[in-house]
Design a binder for this molecule. Structure first.
Ligand SMILES: [Zn+2]
Length: 157
């Protein structure tokens, strides 16, 4: 459970190289299974014009492609920084086994990446959020769930 420092060093190296190469922000992540490196990811937000291309999300996508699966059962994720709420949720969706992080959210805030703001935002009631979030057509929207319930294409995840 303690984690292998070798893989954290790799994640940190990815983060630093990402900056020196001009590819993106100072974040790197690696996915490991049975002590074997499966995939890596680095932040590509600015280079790919993708606000969701955080290191962890990129690493999850690469690992799932490499393993041919949509879940990372038994995989450990090493990320150079504590995951932001988006990445934390993505990691939970991936069903990975353990998450190891280097920098924490306070370190990230000092570097200009305000993950702390997002952590406080998700715990607020909807009406107090910074970006307005409003319910519309709730009855009609249920139709998709009804169709899903009886769909032969239904895959539980
Ligand atoms: Zn993130």
């Amino acid at each position: 459970m303690g984690g292998n420092p070798k893989f954290m060093q790799q994640a940190i190296q990815l983060a630093t190289e990402n900056v020196t190469s001009g590819r993106g922000g100072p974040f790197g992540a690696v996915v490991v299974k049975d002590d074997v490196l499966i995939a890596t990811g680095s932040n590509q937000v600015t280079s790919s014009n993708d606000p969701t291309a955080h290191a962890e999300v990129v690493a999850i996508r690469n690992a799932c492609a490499a393993l041919g699966t949509f879940q990372l059962d038994g995989c450990d994720v090493y990320t150079s920084c504590e995951p932001c709420p988006m990445c934390l949720a993505a990691l939970y969706w991936s069903r990975c086994r353990t998450i190891y992080f280097g920098n924490n959210r306070e370190d990230a805030a000092k570097a200009g990446f305000d993950d702390s703001f997002l952590y406080s935002e998700v715990t607020k009631p909807l009406e107090e959020r910074t970006i307005p979030i409003l319910c519309l057509l709730p009855e009609e929207a249920l139709e998709s769930f009804h169709v899903w319930d009886s769909s032969p294409f239904k895959v539980n995840y």
